[in-house]
Design a binder for this molecule. Structure first.
Ligand SMILES: NC(=O)C1=CN([C@@H]2O[C@H](COP(=O)(O)OP(=O)(O)OC[C@H]3O[C@@H](n4cnc5c(N)ncnc54)[C@H](O)[C@@H]3O)[C@@H](O)[C@H]2O)C=CC1
Ligand SMILES: O=C(O)/C=C/C=C(\O)C(=O)O
Length: 486
């Protein structure tokens, strides 16, 4: 069985107390790896390694040298593409084409985009008038923030971890990553890449383990961690924020969503169906940007529900590498139970189950995997649990609407504010809507179309701060103003 260690100061090391935990395949339920579980002293060692590296060779790198090294990291990921695809598939159980076309290429791109950003971003400067007429020059200098604690989730593990590590390293920081306990493989594999291309030891570290009373909490509580970036559940964000308050450390949070998809009668119908089907069912619905509330203009409501039902029923369950498989399991038994409990709740609340609602028939070899049917409901009230709470599964509730004002109110009637997707050919209307829906990311006639230079993050309980392009520099650097009297 695969043995996976922590990665500290450039070495793959077991936990000092020898503790380990099992990684279980979401596809078959088999134990596929044994993972070193970092205790407080292992986390301490990783943080001290990262702190020491800030003063070492890494600090002598020019921006250009860092940029070149990040390009080498990206190129080495691409050279080891198959290894990353295999590890990510083993971790998540999601189909090979999603790994090949989205998650692994995005992992490599996350290093290149921030290398480009740091190389090209201009320095802020202002000329100030002074009474003597000579003036003063103000200019900004960006310095690394220090040791960054990276707490990453399981739904797109490599893509979301590198989305943080890329800019952190581009800005000259060092990192300690705590990947989700469900998906440790690619973070540790990245350690091999870092060593291969010569990233100085201690710049990139990985500690495995769980959240509370484990590696996650030990890391976020550590006083030498200067800032924390986190993607995951809103409640976890609250716990991390409390830990970060000690020492007033900075945080960047990308958290849950209960995103609305809005479909007007004048939309390109086939594209809207394709878009909403992806946004509700891709990655088995385990995408923070996904759509769990769909609002459809009344004249096309019945036609829309029927067409989305067809899409939901067309998924092919199976092993990630099997030909034609386009749909994977949920990440864990715990998550499967959580999603199934919402399926049950929807029925208790009086939903019409258009399709799905349970566990599908799968071949004998897969019966211990965490399979679940894509599910569509109609007929629930706006305050039903499955309409208000983030489920993070392949499901959506569809409700008709009659006016623009009404649907803006419905879309905004949530504690979250991550993303929305609007489908209409009336672009002035799309712009009006985009201005009024309280989210960080608004897609029109598209979904998950990502330009990595754009601001990414959420409002309300969906997050704090923005990352992406130059916005990442705000979090990963300190900006010092220098004022020179001329
Ligand atoms: N991208 C997103 O928005 C994600 C949302 N979720 C939501 O969260 C729910 C639960 O999934 P989980 O994996 O349990 O998410 P989670 O938020 O508990 O886990 C995310 C990461 O935070 C770590 N963590 C947990 N508690 C911590 C603590 N007190 N201090 C430091 N680190 C801690 C975990 O070990 C993991 O690395 C899902 O059902 C889904 O609704 C989960 C993953 C990603
Ligand atoms: O494109 C990105 O950077 C992120 C996409 C998805 C998530 O953040 C998520 O599902 O958590």
């Amino acid at each position: 069985m695969r043995q996976v260690e922590n990665f500290i100061r450039g070495e793959f090391v077991a936990a000092r107390d020898g503790k380990r935990f099992d990684k279980v395949s979401p596809v078959t339920g088999e134990v596929i790896a044994s993972i070193a579980e970092a205790g407080r002293s292992d986390v301490n060692e990783a943080v001290l390694a990262a702190k020491a590296a800030l003063q070492g060779e890494w600090s002598t790198f020019t921006t250009n040298q860092r940029v070149e090294m990040l390009y080498e990291v990206a190129d080495e990921i691409t050279r080891r593409f198959e290894d990353f695809v295999e590890a990510e598939m083993a971790d998540t159980g999601q189909p090979s084409h999603v790994m090949r076309h989205v998650f692994i290429p995005r992992g490599a791109a996350n290093f290149k985009i921030f290398a480009d950003t740091i190389k090209n971003v201009p320095t802020e400067s202002f000329m100030l008038d002074t009474p003597d007429g000579a003036g003063a020059l103000n200019y900004g200098v960006r310095t690394p923030k220090g040791v960054i604690g990276v707490i990453s989730p399981w739904n797109a593990p490599f893509m979301l971890m590198t989305w943080k590590v890329g800019p952190a390293l581009a800005c000259g920081n060092t990192v300690v990553v705590k990947p989700s306990e469900e998906t440790p493989l690619t973070s540790v594999l990245l350690g091999e890449v870092m060593n291969k291309v010569g990233v100085p030891k201690g710049v990139y570290n990985v500690v495995n383990g769980f959240g509370p009373d484990s590696a996650g909490a030990f890391l976020t509580e550590h006083k030498d961690v200067d800032a924390i970036t986190f993607t995951g559940e809103t409640r976890t964000g609250t716990a991390i924020m409390k830990a970060a308050a000690e020492g007033t450390r900075d945080v960047s949070f990308e958290m849950g969503g209960k995103n609305a998809g809005i479909v007007f009668a004048d939309c390109d119908f086939d594209k809207a169906i394709e878009g909403i089907s992806r946004s509700s069912f891709l990655n088995s619905g385990q995408v923070c940007l996904g759509t769990e509330r769909v609002y459809v203009e009344r004249p096309i409501f019945d036609k829309f529900v029927a067409a989305l039902k067809e899409k939901a029923e067309a998924v092919n369950y199976g092993k990630p590498t099997d030909e034609g498989v386009n749909y994977g399991p949920l990440i864990s038994k715990e998550h499967q139970n959580k999603v199934l409990s919402y399926y049950q709740k929807a029925v208790e609340d009086g939903a019409t189950v258009v399709t799905g609602g349970g566990v599908p028939e799968v071949p004998e070899a897969l019966k211990d995997g965490n399979w679940i049917q894509p599910t569509i409901w109609t007929g629930l009230s706006d305050d039903a649990a499955v309409v208000r709470e983030e489920i993070f599964g392949p499901c959506c509730h569809i409700r008709p609407f009659d006016t623009e004002e009404e649907v803006i109110g419905l879309a905004n009637n949530t504690d979250y504010g991550l993303a929305t997707t609007i489908w209409t050919k009336d672009l002035p209307r799309a712009h009006r809507m985009a201005a009024k829906i309280d989210v960080g990311i608004c897609w029109v006639n598209s979904w998950f179309l990502r330009d990595l230079r754009t601001a990414f993050g959420g409002t309300k309980q969906s997050g704090i701060g923005r990352e992406g392009g130059v916005h990442s520099l705000e979090f990963y650097t300190e900006l010092r103003n220098v004022c020179v009297k001329l």
